[in-house]
Design a binder for this molecule. Structure first.
Ligand SMILES: C[S@@+](CC[C@H](N)C(=O)[O-])C[C@H]1O[C@@H](n2cnc3c(N)ncnc32)[C@H](O)[C@@H]1O
Length: 239
């Protein structure tokens, strides 16, 4: 798969990015970007990590910044296309805000481990570099729902992407999907029901109303709640 045969339908840029965040993209992103072309492994971080986790479409990076700070011995790979979101994650990692003057050397906040690497493009282009069973966990939080029927083939949860997630997740690995959209809720159920390689961990139907322990809410999750939409959380295990 290469950039010519992968078509991305979302936004790559939004509002004008302020000066400090532009400098973060220019000066800090190259330091924590995934090395080009190489296979992904636990050795990509400056200290050893025990587990590898992938967050697909991290948006503003609230969840990624939060869980990576709580779990220093896990290595996190974040994939996102939207430049404004990537800039926001860099701001959360460094503590450098919108209007701040930048220090000469930009570093993660002192309490943080060096355990985040960013892929700043469509995650499907990263799949070929992820070896079989290399991930312990994949997060897909509030993916674009593409609710119209004629756009259904744009939904991230689809047979081809599930085949890839199945390949790169370790046996027993977790796949977490959150959504607040009724069309996407039933879409996930229908897609996942056909998969013999994933098992839904919910003990009863109401389990999906609650996020797993140590969850960090994202911008979309907060927006959904403030607008009266109740998110659901699917947790699957790779068999
Ligand atoms: C609705 S937003 C949710 C953002 C974030 N997860 C949250 O909960 O706040 C979906 C995000 O997924 C990103 N995205 C969609 N498809 C993607 C892909 N194939 N690879 C990487 N990012 C993707 C979009 O750029 C967008 O920022």
């Amino acid at each position: 798969m290469n950039s010519e045969n992968v078509k991305f339908f979302g936004r790559r840029k939004g509002r004008k990015i302020r000066k400090a965040k532009t400098s973060l993209l220019e000066r800090f992103l190259p330091l924590i970007k995934l090395p080009e072309h190489s296979l992904i492994s636990k050795d990509m971080f400056s200290q050893p990590v025990e587990r590898l986790s992938l967050e697909i479409g991290f948006g503003g990076g609230e969840h990624l910044a939060g869980v990576s700070s709580q779990n220093p011995s896990t290595g996190y790979i974040g994939a996102e296309v939207f430049q404004n979101g990537i800039a926001n994650l860099l701001s959360l990692i460094t503590g450098i805000k919108q209007n701040a003057d930048l220090p000469e050397v930009i570093r993660p906040l002192p309490h943080r481990a060096d355990n985040v690497r960013i892929f700043d493009d469509d995650v499907r282009l990263l799949f070929p570099r992820l070896p079989n069973g290399c991930l312990d966990e994949v997060f897909l939080l509030f993916p674009d729902p593409w609710p119209k029927k004629r756009h259904a083939d744009r939904r991230f949860i689809n047979p081809a992407n599930l085949d890839e997630l199945s390949r790169i997740l370790a046996s027993g690995g977790r796949l977490l999907i959150a959504t607040d959209h009724p069309v996407y809720k039933s879409w996930v159920i229908r897609q996942m029901r056909t998969r013999p390689d994933f098992v839904w961990t919910a003990k009863c139907f109401s389990d999906w109303r609650y996020p797993p322990a140590d969850w960090v809410a994202t911008k979309y999750q907060k927006k959904a709640l403030s607008e009266g939409r109740r998110p659901v959380f699917f947790e699957y295990r790779r068999l």
